[in-house]
Design a protein around this ligand. Structure first.
Ligand SMILES: NC(=O)c1ccc[n+]([C@@H]2O[C@H](COP(=O)([O-])OP(=O)(O)OC[C@H]3O[C@@H](n4cnc5c(N)ncnc54)[C@H](OP(=O)(O)O)[C@@H]3O)[C@@H](O)[C@H]2O)c1
Length: 348
């Protein structure tokens, strides 16, 4: 990796004690990102430490001054925290890669999937947004189809794991399972219903048109990343009793004919995408086998005969890795490669 800082970078992780933040730190280490110093930030310090490259890094309570001297900050501590601290960090000359939804649709903020629209980083002014996990695993496949045969309309149904709602939601599902095994009536402290017994067709708040905010994120973020503001796209987002990795059933209407074989070839050519598609051998992407991987897995690729030039497929990815932490680190890698860590912006 090219680097304008031969000694590496000061990297902060805000939300360092959370599910995504911890994974960000793991991914930084796994990918040998050039970290000179790691700053671990959270809501409180609480005498906690985070292990990084064999050292115990103390967790610090975040303050605006935490970002002084920091080159790159990976944020994963919720929208209101990002709204408060991202401008503070950017004003101190730090490149913020934010995992919350707070900045994604801001026209001045690039929204980036590493293998789809890296050139959007050229315009960054200190804050860069990481997409929603459901959008993340969908968009590289849509980009492959757009380039191969043109997108006309997309319909996606998601089957999202509970980890998308954070570490407490994973514990909540485990408790629901234990209650069921004991013959009790499971209740949830994190979701409107006990997801262990029923998929829940409601993620995030409802909007005035009857859709949910999660569905709206898939629609609007996909359009922004693909640079297709009028793309016809509809989503249904569903929470399922799976701990980790999101699955999606996708139906796409194309402008030009494309055989399933040609679609598989286009998917396989996209970096970070693995095709798993042998129905006779029961080979297709599964949530359980994707956990811990940075790949996006696609299978069940077939014609959708209900429309002209229709293609259907099933896509699975680890929502905490590529869906959140890994893409954030890949954006950081791109900033280094493109010499954009301290991009053109006002530093006060
Ligand atoms: N999980 C996913 O698959 C996924 C995917 C995409 C995006 N995201 C987004 O990533 C963010 C974090 O998700 P998560 O799953 O890691 O949640 P989590 O496990 O609940 O962790 C939350 C982290 O944020 C910190 N935090 C909370 N409130 C804070 C505040 N006011 N100031 C500073 N730090 C604060 C917490 O610190 P303490 O330990 O001190 O409380 C903790 O480190 C959310 O915005 C979520 O929407 C998650």
């Amino acid at each position: 990796m090219g680097s304008s800082h031969p000694d590496g970078f000061v990297v902060a992780v805000l939300g360092a004690t959370g599910l995504v933040g911890r994974t960000m730190i793991t991914v930084l280490e796994e990918r040998s990102f050039p970290v000179r110093k790691l700053v671990a930030l959270a809501a409180s310090s609480g005498d906690r430490t985070i292990r990084f490259k064999g050292q115990e890094v103390p967790v610090e309570q975040v303050r605006p001054e935490s970002f002084a001297g920091v080159d790159i900050a990976l944020f994963s501590a919720g929208g209101s925290t990002s709204l408060m601290y991202a401008p503070e960090a950017a004003a101190r000359g730090c490149a913020v890669i934010d995992n919350s939804s707070a900045w994604r649709m801001d026209p001045a903020v690039p929204l980036v999937v590493s293998q789809v629209n890296p050139s959007a980083l050229l315009d960054h002014d200190g804050i860069i947004a990481n997409p929603n996990c459901s959008t993340m695993q969908l968009v590289p496949l849509l980009k492959a189809l757009e380039d191969a045969a043109g997108l006309r309309r997309v319909v996606v149904a998601t089957y999202q794991s509970v980890s998308g709602a954070g570490g407490k939601a994973v514990q909540d599902l485990q408790q629901q399972r234990e209650t069921l095994v004991r013959g009790g009536q499971p209740i949830s402290t994190q979701f409107p219903h006990a997801v262990v017994s029923s998929p829940i067709p409601a993620i995030d708040v409802f909007l005035s048109d009857g859709s949910t905010k999660e569905e709206s994120k898939v629609v609007h973020e996909s359009r922004k990343i693909l640079g297709m503001p009028s793309l016809k796209i509809a989503a249904t987002a569903v929470r399922v009793p799976v701990e980790r990795s999101h699955s999606e059933a996708v139906h796409v209407e194309l402008s030009q004919p494309l055989t399933p074989q040609e679609a598989r070839k286009a998917f396989a050519a996209m970096p970070g995408v693995t095709v798993l598609d042998d129905p006779a051998g029961h080979l297709y992407p599964l949530a359980a086998s994707s956990v811990g991987s940075d790949e996006i897995f696609v299978g069940r690729v077939r014609s959708d005969q209900s429309v002209e030039h229709g293609i259907a497929f099933w896509v699975v990815s680890d929502n905490v890795r590529k869906g959140a932490a890994t893409n954030a680190v890949q954006i950081a890698e791109l900033l280094v490669e493109m010499d954009l860590v301290h991009g053109a912006r006002h530093v006060v």
